[in-house]
Ligand binder design. Sequence first.
Ligand code: ADP
Ligand code: MG
Length: 699
Amino acid sequence: MLDILEQDIQFLSGVGPSRKKILNEELGINTFGDLLEYYPYKYVDRSKLYSISELSGDMPFVQIHGKILSFETFDMGPRKQRLIAHFSDGNGIAELVWFQGCKYITKHYKINTDYIVFGKPSVFNGRINIAHPDIDLASELQLNDMGMQPYYSLTEKMKKHGFTSRSIEKLTKSLITKISQSIDETIPPFITERLHLVSRDKALRDIHYPKTSHDLQRARLRLKFEELFYVQLNILRYASDHRRKYKGYVFEHVGDKFNQFYHDNLPFSLTGAQKRVMHEIRADVGSRKQMNRLLQGDVGSGKTLVALMSMLIAIDNNYQTCIMAPTEILAEQHLDTIKSFLDGIDVHVELLSGIIKGKKRNAVLQGLIDGSIDILIGTHAVIEDSVQFKHLGLVVVDEQHRFGVAQRAKLWNKSLNPPHVLVMTATPIPRTLAMTLYGDLDVSVIDELPPGRKPIETRHVFDNQMTSLYNGIRKQINEGRQVYIVFPLIKESEKSDLKNLEDGFEALKEIFPEFHLSKVHGKMKSKEKELEMQNFVKGNTQILVATTVIEVGVNVPNASVMIVINAERFGLSQLHQLRGRVGRGADQSFCILVTSYKLSSETRKRIDIMCDTNDGFEIAEADLKLRGPGDLEGTQQSGMAFDLKIADIAHDGQIVQLARNEAQTIIENDPLCQSDTYKMLWNRLAKLRKNNINWSAIS
Ligand code: ADP
Ligand code: MG
């Protein structure tokens, strides 16, 4: 039997060729099923009727029952009209107002006929009016049936072509009536029954026309679960396939180099969290499975050290390693840190970046091929095709949000089996999001900062209070500290931003004639940037004026003040990253967020969160909630793109977890996806993968 949901949308009455084209192009609706999955974005209770005398201007949508007494037209300039219908329910009078389509209205609606009018009331000249209301014949509308009315979102183009929410409503209503048989189930009863989920049939009908808000809630839960469940099943199936196909290198023993480092060079003891993560990594690399691990840890939590120890284990087992950083400054900083950590230990470390050319570059490439280089540190230059290793066993990717999956995949091809991969990120990703976006990666978390750190104090300052801010800066520097001052530099407004920074730099030089200042931004030549940076690192300069190029990784323990100019222009996670540049030494550190006086309420929330907490995970959750799922698209570069129709990762964390658990059990029971018990699931998954371009992209 042909699945009715796969019927072409043009077989629905009310959909001709031109509407079909628009539904296709604007909403991707091709079939009955697509339309059914075009869910309303809100509902309005239309079971209640108001009397006109009850109405006031601050009510949301209301519904009244009455008759049009007369029409009145006003000319409002050339070719512009305003039409008013005086509408009465026997007790009061309201004005229905139109600014467009007046001709149609006067032709279409009759005086002295019973209508139900629906719209948003407001008060004008002391009278209630409703602009562009929905009007239905009272005889055609059964209020008892109406309950909650669905509202569908439309694109601008659709509106231009005469589509309204009501016209979509008519289509979904006629579709639901047309589908007389029960819609096929897509989740087996052993799950729906245990989790008390309503059937797919009921859910798809109720999501459009719920009788009660309880029905709506149940329909939503069912559809959200289904959506998230298949996303999880897809990711876990992919991960399990990958594990089966690729064997990992086994790092059997912990050897001399690791021990020498651990016992002789390590200047402090590991935090509990660092120890736990090392255990997790060792279990992976000792197990014959290829590690794909995401290491999350707040800025300054000591991820680099974990990476270094993991690399030493690889080296002790005669493998090469590589660490990839997003910028040259960071690569060089890693080089310095790692070299000084490894002082006196026989490990060959080299740097490869865009600025290393000619003879030097060839020597590095040679050392990689002959296996004499143990650790390669670099920027994305390390994934160029010309870079080949003898025996690459472990790759560390630092600050992962700058690397796409495609780049990671390129790395995998650099050795016989894919090397173990450790992805480090200081942008904590809320668990539920990580599970969905990076569901194929195992996650380790460093949730503890090294001891002795004083929490950073964050303050909000308006830009008319700069004088006292400058005095504060002066005081800190006189006590021997250093200060970052960050200006925004956004692509869209690059020119004026750069000018702001230059002007700011000149002004600051005049304000602080007694100090030395450095300046760093992405438009400078690498050499110049490096020089300025080094001056600050060595303490030759006291103030570093910069853009967000210093956002990730830079480590100057003596810098204890971070000032962010125009903080309103930065996102939460960016502000948190910037703040992470300070608080690395023993001194009390400060982060000062400077904004203009007038702030939107959302910006105010962002700034307040920053002042309230230092916890990266809390900030990440808040960020996700503030920006909402719409912005998740930004994360699609991760390669785990998906297109959620109803679930919302920011708010449906529990359902994500539930879906994950169910999917996990199924993959464990049937890793080859062959069991009859789960046939319904595998068939459905195959279908989803075929129809969803994003989904097939990950395998
Ligand atoms: P992350 O990369 O996570 O931002 P880093 O690895 O740069 O953090 O570590 C920040 C600072 O803390 C470095 O100076 C590092 O040497 C130091 N550090 C790391 N682990 C510890 C520890 N267990 N005890 C004390 N200091 C530590
Ligand atoms: Mg780091």
